[in-house]
Structure formats: structure tokens, C-alpha cells
Design a protein. Structure first.
Length: 245
């Protein structure tokens, strides 16, 4: 039996961290609404994995940075299937570089995806969640960069810090509706988002745990915040970073 009567939307769930979150939630008994921007075949493969775990899943495809597309697709989905129990805002990207060399496009695309995506995804689905008149959960995947900043990531740090502020404010608005809003802030995680310019060895020296985290460890934190038992936890940032900060 599902732990919730309505599904959980996980953005950016075709691979990496999003895939791990989707599979962990399926294992916990949730039905899923998966999402991809362009990797449809990979998203369908995750759908098959979710269904192999005995849960239902469907795939939506859109760019979280495209406000009109988000509204059209998410409004149609909630009208057809009802409001979601939960949303995990995971989709994001990086365009790293020293600030003097950072282009306007590098700034815009990161803020548009990582921060504007918060509004674009949640604005069409919050009212359907409220109309369920039942507890709900929203979890935003931020970053250690949004907590302490990071060299070469002025744009990314700004987007993730802004995401934390937005989530905390929304948590206040939705608390009386029994909809919690929290953030999970991963540190150095072994996913495809790491590129060749990330100084992994230097970062590892600053991590008390002495290693990178895994997508599955982050996924367990997300699953905890989506659980019915986490109903009194809202407006919080759960750091998963091996003690980095």
C-alpha cells in the first residue's frame, strides 16, 4: 500500500540524483510523476524501474526554465489526475567559471533553471495540493554552495541560496495547510554533474568524512522529509555533506 494517496513529482529524474530519489521514493511506497527535459528514453527506463518496484509512474517532459511550458503541462496533469502529495524540485544545472570570465548567458541560464524553476514548477501545482485538504510535502534540492558559496560558482551559489530563501518563505505560507517545505543541501556527491574542472581532491581534504557522498544517501534524506512522520519539520535545510559545513 502506498504511504500517500497521491503521487510525488520529481523533476530532473531521468538520471543521477533525481533517479536515485525516484527509486528510493518508489521503494518507500510512493507512486511517481517523473520528469525530463530531453532525455526521454532515460526517463522511460526509470519509469520501468519504478514499475518493477510495484509502483505506478508516468513521465512528463518540459524545460523547468520555460514558464509557459511548465504551466501548460503541469496544469493539464493535475487537472487529469488530481493534486500531488509531494514535489521534489531537483532539476538544475551548473555553468562554472571565475566571475570575471562569467558570461551573461552563464548567469542567466543557471538562475533561470535553478531559481526560476522553483516558481515555474511549484506555482501551477501548489493550489491543487492545497485543494486536496491533506498533508503534503515539498523538498527542494539546494547545495552546500547555497550555504557557504563556492569559488567559480557565483551564479550557482546565488541560485541555490535564493532557492533556500524562497523555500523558507513558502514554508511559512503553507504551514497551516499541513504542507511542509524543506531543503536538502548536498555537498560533494558522486554524480554526472561533477565536471573535469571540479577540484575533487582539494575538496575532499576539507570534508571530515573524507569521501564523496552517494546519490542514494541524498535520496534517503529526501525520503525522510517526505514521510508522514516528518510532518512537524518545515522551513529547514538538511545538509548532506560529510561535515563540510
Amino acid at each position: 500500500m502506498s504511504v500517500a494517496p497521491a503521487p510525488v513529482l520529481v523533476t530532473g529524474s531521468s538520471r543521477g540524483l533525481g533517479r536515485a530519489i525516484a527509486l528510493r521514493l518508489a521503494a518507500a511506497g510512493h507512486d511517481l510523476v517523473l520528469h525530463c527535459r530531453s532525455r526521454r528514453e532515460e526517463a522511460e527506463a526509470v519509469r520501468a524501474e519504478v514499475e518493477a518496484l510495484g509502483r505506478n509512474a508516468r513521465v512528463l517532459q518540459f524545460d523547468v526554465g520555460d514558464r509557459a511550458a511548465c504551466a501548460a503541462i503541469l496544469e493539464a496533469d493535475t487537472e487529469a489526475h488530481g493534486g500531488y502529495y509531494g514535489v521534489v524540485c531537483n532539476a538544475g544545472l551548473t555553468r562554472d567559471g571565475a566571475f570575471p570570465a562569467l558570461t551573461g548567458e552563464d548567469w542567466d541560464v543557471v538562475l533561470r533553471t535553478n531559481l526560476d524553476g522553483f516558481y515555474n514548477v511549484l506555482h501551477p501545482v501548489v493550489m491543487p495540493m492545497i485543494r486536496r485538504r491533506a498533508p503534503g510535502r515539498i523538498v527542494c534540492i539546494t547545495s552546500v554552495s547555497g550555504l557557504i558559496g563556492n569559488r567559480g560558482q557565483v551564479n550557482y551559489s546565488a541560485s541555490k541560496a535564493g532557492l533556500i530563501g524562497a523555500a523558507k518563505a513558502l514554508a511559512v505560507e503553507l504551514a497551516k495547510r499541513k504542507i511542509t517545505v524543506n531543503c536538502v543541501a548536498p555537498g560533494l556527491i558522486d554524480t554526472e554533474i561533477l565536471d573535469e574542472h571540479v577540484p575533487v581532491e582539494k575538496i575532499l581534504e576539507m570534508i571530515p568524512a573524507g569521501r564523496m557522498g552517494t546519490p542514494e544517501e541524498v535520496a534517503h534524506a529526501v525520503a525522510f522529509l517526505l514521510a508522514p512522520e516528518a510532518g512537524y519539520i518545515t522551513r529547514q535545510v538538511l545538509a548532506v555533506n560529510g561535515g563540510l559545513c
